[in-house]
Structures are given as structure tokens and as C-alpha cells.
Design a protein around this ligand. Structure first.
Ligand SMILES: [Zn+2]
Length: 92
């Protein structure tokens, strides 16, 4: 079984499925994408939760899995999403 190259970070990793063709994300990038997607979903659809709370919760989740730059990357992406979809709540 040959290693795959992650289409996001470019590192080599074992394919998740032996028959999966071509590039796919490595497990670390998939997890980061899942955290971003879930956080963005809450920012857009859970208007009862303040955006700062959503961002802080997903940065905490990121800290459970990563100890390098990923939590601050997730913080900055979710902050940009929040400024796009809920700007009035971030002014104060
Ligand atoms: Zn990767």
C-alpha cells in the first residue's frame, strides 16, 4: 500500500481506504476541517449562542488535539466567519 500525499498540508500519510484513488486529506487536516465546519455551522445557525462563545469553544476543542499553530489558525478563521455573518455582535 503506497502512501498518499495530503491535498491540504502536503505530508505523506497512509490512505484511509486502500482503494481510495488520488490525493486525500491526512487525518490531522480532516480533523481540523471538521472542527472548522462545525464551528462555522454554529456561527451561522445557532444564533442563541454568542459568537465569542462559539469561537472559544472550538479553539478549546482544537487545543485538545493540537499543540502547535492549529488552535490559533482555527481562532482566526472562525473570527473571520463571525465578522461576516454576525458583525453586530462583535462590535462591542
Ligand atoms: Zn494534511
Amino acid at each position: 500500500m503506497s502512501a498518499h500525499i495530503c491535498c491540504s498540508c502536503g505530508t505523506e500519510h497512509e490512505p484511509l481506504l486502500p482503494t481510495a484513488p488520488g490525493a486525500a486529506m491526512c487525518p490531522q487536516c480532516k480533523r481540523q476541517a471538521a472542527i472548522l465546519l462545525a464551528g462555522a455551522y454554529e456561527l451561522v445557525h445557532r444564533r442563541d449562542v454568542p459568537p465569542r462563545v462559539v469561537i472559544n469553544e472550538y479553539v478549546e476543542i482544537a487545543h485538545a488535539f493540537y499543540d502547535q499553530g492549529e488552535p490559533s489558525f482555527i481562532n482566526s478563521v472562525l473570527d473571520r466567519v463571525a465578522r461576516q455573518v454576525r458583525p453586530a455582535e462583535l462590535v462591542k
